[in-house]
Design a protein around this ligand. Structure first.
Ligand code: SAM
Length: 259
């Protein structure tokens, strides 16, 4: 079936059958798994996954595509098609008893809000597998000291252990997007290092530090961290007084928050 892709909904369909298979294989789904697919599109991945798991919820915002998905997937009794916006989807209502695995070639225009939403509902989520723009994936996985390391790396790595599983060339999609993509595995950390009450300051520090990454840590944080606290932190952890934010690891930012 030909479906005219809608640019405004990030509709770049993964048409390379070899990559479709590789991508689903890499998830290692088990027979008892429940999966939520974000943006099922034309259902190419949905039908592959349906054969491997106990239940798959195929979420799609485009009503026209949902009609197509219903007829394409009618032979699978374990597929439930939901015509909804992922940013309004209530995970707790659907997955209160069993954790769900997430998979999606997610629309690039809302990659960050989707990750934020997954974090908000992490109590009911197992592992996350998503395809994102290559540059975005590199920023997520970056280590301290690298050019791509920044507040996004710290934000995502605070909650997840991210790993690039597969690089996907732009011509694997129709229509081909302007950039290549990466398929990422985001494994949720079992225990978070900070208390809820400390997290607000931690994220504020990170935002502020990377907002002015050319400045020294001391200068960029002077409005939110008392000079004495910063001095104590640098001294206790043996860090250079002129250190720049990108040299700090996430653990350093955690230590600073706790100091
Ligand atoms: N999974 C398909 C594939 O691999 O070919 C489609 C991927 S396409 C990059 C992204 C899909 O997400 C599109 O089908 C689009 O309609 C859908 N989508 C866009 N915004 C969405 C939203 N807010 N909530 C749910 N689905 C959305």
């Amino acid at each position: 079936m030909y479906y005219k892709p809608k640019k405004r909904l990030g509709q770049n369909f993964l048409v390379d059958k070899n990559i479709q298979k590789k991508l689903v294989q890499a998830c290692n789904f088990a027979g008892q798994d429940t999966v939520l697919e974000i943006g099922a599109g034309t259902g190419a991945l949905t039908s592959l996954i349906a054969r491997q798991v106990s239940k798959i919820y195929a979420l799609e915002i485009d009503e026209g595509l949902c009609g197509h998905l219903k007829s394409l997937l009618q032979e699978y009794s374990n597929v439930e098609i939901i015509n909804q916006d992922i940013l309004r989807f209530d995970f707790k209502k659907h997955f209160s008893r069993k954790k769900v695995k997430i998979l999606g070639n997610i629309p690039y225009y809302i990659s960050t809000p989707i990750i934020e939403r997954l974090i908000n509902f992490r109590q009911v989520i197992d592992t996350v597998f998503i395809t994102v723009q290559k540059e975005f994936a590199l920023r997520i996985c970056a280590a301290s000291g690298s050019k791509t390391y920044g507040s996004l790396s710290c934000f995502v790595q605070y909650y997840f252990k991210p790993r690039i599983i597969l690089k996907i060339k732009r011509n694997s999609f129709f229509p081909p997007p302007g950039v290549d993509s990466c398929f990422l595995r985001l494994e949720l950390k079992k225990k978070l290092p900070l208390k809820k009450s400390e997290e607000k300051l931690f994220f504020r520090i990170i935002r502020q530090a990377f907002n002015q990454r050319r400045k020294t840590l001391r200068n960029s944080l002077k409005n939110i961290i008392p000079a004495e606290k910063l001095r104590r932190f640098l001294c206790n952890f043996n860090l250079d007084a002129k250190i720049r934010p990108e040299k700090l690891t996430i653990q350093d930012f955690i230590n600073l928050t706790k100091t």
